[in-house]
Design a binder for this molecule. Structure first.
Ligand SMILES: NC(=O)c1ccc[n+]([C@@H]2O[C@H](COP(=O)([O-])OP(=O)(O)OC[C@H]3O[C@@H](n4cnc5c(N)ncnc54)[C@H](O)[C@@H]3O)[C@@H](O)[C@H]2O)c1
Length: 694
């Protein structure tokens, strides 16, 4: 149960909000806070009030779990709490620590003064969930920091530091040392000095730079993704500069309610919760304590190994990097350095930090030099024989209890684990995405043998590496790549049936992906999947439809951007895809040779043909328990494949469209094309009028 307490320190009352873990404004908190404020104001015992969070010291915003749920009748809310603070006859000073975001900052801005510990971060991140601040943030922030800075904070949603906040006038002091004691001392001094304790609502807005709102609207209109929350935020901040405070507040309230009820916001909140739910893994309970990981080793210093080593170095974990080929090791190290230097050139890290991170990566030449690592991740060639040879060497060299992980994209990790049975409890897959140091998704591939502790350790490590770990069972391609296959297949069939690569890509970017399948393939390189197809060609079912165009491109040396041509052509030094008549000719010839008559295909069919396979395969993945829940699949696709987050991921998107509609289209496609058998789980969900199983 949340509590709010009032403690007297001389003539200062200290109100502490205690609602672990982050002191969110859940039901009950505002009411209790209002009661403590009234007590503090009663009688003449106190001169002023310090408001702070208990435990971590954070004053958080709304309890996001309670978003969209009806607020209990008669129960005061955050806005009532803010009204009570502003009505307090005694000055209220907010003491901030940790993060002060959203409603937490809105409450702080309603106080008479704000002080913060030096490491505090302050921000209005609401836009990331698809709505503007809703408890006065758009009205008070511009009055404190000016419209331009307020607009930036609200539109990008990123927090600023306490030092920056002090320089901008958002807070009144940065306090070193023990925050409660320092805040009480500050309150005494401020009261002795007579304030000032002017409420933010009573301040006039500072002059607005010419064209600020017009420029902001033009930029918002170019934004990828939902624009409603951005445009509403701009309108509200503008209102703060033109309307009386209470009218601005009313405008903000209606904008907030409107955006909160939107599909975009609903999807963004789904993504937010799905990411957190993915951390809860069936069979991995509280008793599975993560083992300490103080050092790591990575085998293979190619595209992935180099990126994975950077993840460790970035997180402050020393890592040894081993490659069978000394030249590849040198190339790998040089690439890592180049990447860090590019980051430093953009001003994101210092030159000293480049050296510190490089200093955590130690190149080594033999397996005997990696035996001390707590975790060893292999990222060698995607061949079973090479992988098992590496695991045999790990078995011989790794210390007892070391976690041994494979970065394989497709291979059977159970089979890899079975080659070293004595260590099978410590073997699993860690499927990073390229570029590994940038992409947030980490598929943790759960072998039959991996112990709960091994899984718990890798999940905890994933979070330390700033990743979003999602557990996948073992199957070909795991969650993400397995679903990708159907998407790419349909995209290629659409070409033979009448589209050009640019039409398919346009429909997919129109849906919200940053790139369509053909531009993406050109960027990733066509040769990797070509090699894979060639190695599997003997096993291909001749009754299944097969589009040969991708193979033909590779046979002509068109591997994508790196060779200046793939599905598109590229001018020298440019990454802009240009339509290529030669590719069109190949497509037309391929259709003719297969007796396919090409027709006009609109964006709606393109979207359904490419994206419904994700839903259908997702349903199979759910049924097979490869993914524990539909939200895990959405988390994989949003974080690893750039599925637009404001559509919530493929499974959420399908639910919102209506599973009967999706099934009807899949059934109709199945009558014409191959590979469209509806997933039994989808059929059952529709028959029973249910959603995805939870
Ligand atoms: N490239 C991607 O986009 C991507 C994404 C996810 C996963 N993966 C997977 O990651 C793994 C590595 O892929 P990559 O693209 O980094 O390959 P890569 O060819 O860029 O690098 C592989 C490196 O492993 C080294 N190597 C090969 N055999 C070795 C051995 N026995 N001992 C030590 N080093 C050895 C090679 O010299 C090379 O430097 C593969 O399993 C791949 O499927 C790749």
């Amino acid at each position: 149960m949340p509590t709010v307490t009032l403690e007297r320190q001389g003539r200062i009352g200290v109100i502490v909000i205690d609602n672990p873990p982050v002191n969110a404004m859940s039901w009950g908190v505002p009411g209790a806070m209002i009661a403590r404020l009234a007590e503090a104001n009663a009688g003449g015992a106190l001169d002023g009030i310090v408001l702070m969070g208990g435990g971590s010291g954070v004053i958080a915003g709304a309890d996001i779990r309670q978003f969209g749920q009806p607020w209990p009748a008669g129960e005061p809310n955050l806005r009532d709490m803010i009204t009570a603070v502003e009505a307090s006859a005694k000055p209220v000073i907010a003491a901030l620590k940790g993060s002060c975001l959203g409603g937490g900052l809105e409450l702080a801005m309603a106080c008479h003064q704000r002080v913060a510990a030096p490491k505090t971060m302050l921000g209005q991140p609401e836009i990331k969930l698809g709505f503007p601040p809703g408890a006065g943030g758009t009205q008070r922030l511009p009055r404190l920091v000016g419209a331009e800075r307020a607009l930036k904070m609200i539109l990008d949603g990123n927090p600023i530091s306490a030092i920056q906040a002090f320089e901008w006038g958002l807070i009144d002091a940065v306090l070193e040392g023990d925050l409660p004691a320092a805040a009480v001392a500050h309150a005494r001094a401020a009261i002795a000095a007579g304030g000032p304790f002017r409420l933010v609502r009573d301040r006039a807005s500072s002059p607005v730079p010419h064209g600020l709102f017009e420029t902001a609207r033009a930029e918002a209109a170019k934004r990828r993704g939902p624009q409603a929350a951005a445009l509403a935020s701009i309108d509200c901040v503008e209102a703060a500069t033109t309307l009386p405070f209470d009218q601005g507040l009313a405008k903000e309230r209606s904008a907030f309610e409107h955006c909160l009820a939107s599909e975009d916001s609903r999807a963004l909140r789904h993504v937010f919760f799905a990411e957190r739910a993915a951390a809860k893994v069936p069979g991995v309970g509280e008793d599975a304590k993560p083992q300490a990981i103080a050092s790591a080793a990575v085998i293979g210093s190619g595209t992935m190994g180099g990126g994975i080593a950077m993840c460790f170095a970035d997180a402050g974990i020393p890592v040894r990097l081993l490659d069978a080929d000394p030249a590849a090791l040198q190339r790998g190290l040089a690439t890592i350095r180049r990447n860090y230097e590019a980051t430093a050139a953009k001003g994101r890290i210092s030159a000293a930090e480049v050296e510190a991170r490089m200093g955590r990566i130690t190149p080594v030449s033999g397996f005997d030099q990696i035996g001390g690592a707590d975790i060893i991740i292999e990222a060698v060639f995607e061949e079973m024989a090479v992988k098992t040879e590496v695991f045999a060497k790990l078995d011989a060299n790794a210390k007892p209890g070391a976690i041994l992980a494979s970065n394989t994209s497709y291979l059977n990790v159970d089979a890899i684990a079975a080659t070293i049975p004595a260590r099978a409890g410590f073997v699993l897959g860690t499927h990073f995405f390229s570029p590994a140091n940038v992409m947030r998704l980490l598929e943790v591939v759960r072998t039959k043998t991996a112990s709960p502790q091994t899984l718990a350790s890798v999940l905890a490590l994933g979070r330390r590496l700033n990743k979003v770990p999602v557990v996948s069972g073992v199957c070909y391609g795991f969650i993400g790549n397995r679903m990708l296959e159907g998407y790419v297949r349909q995209a290629e069939f659409l070409l033979e049936e009448g589209c050009l690569p640019q039409q398919v890509d346009k429909a997919i970017t129109g849906f919200g992906f940053p790139m369509g399948p053909f531009a993406m393939a050109d960027m990733a390189g066509l040769d990797i999947s070509w090699r894979k197809r060639k190695s599997q060609s003997a096993a291909r079912d001749p009754r299944r439809r097969y589009s040969p165009i991708a193979d033909q491109l590779c046979e002509q040396g068109r591997f994508g951007q790196k060779t200046g041509a793939g599905w598109y052509r590229y001018d020298k030094g440019s990454r802009t895809p240009l339509a290529d008549p030669a590719v069109e000719a190949m497509i037309v010839a391929s259709a003719r040779s297969q007796g396919i008559s090409r027709r006009d295909i609109g964006p709606e069919e393109i979207t359904e043909r490419c994206l419904y396979p994700l839903v259908n395969e997702g349903a199979r993945i759910l049924e097979e328990r490869i993914a524990a829940r539909a939200g895990d699949i959405d988390t994989v696709w949003v974080n690893g494949y750039a599925f637009p987050p404001w559509k919530g991921g493929p499974m959420h998107w399908a639910s919102r469209l209506g599973l009967p509609k999706v099934l009807a289209s899949i059934t109709a496609f199945a009558k014409i094309h191959d590979g469209w058998d509806p997933a039994p789980l989808l059929v059952r969900a529709v028959q029973r009028n249910e959603g995805w199983p939870s």
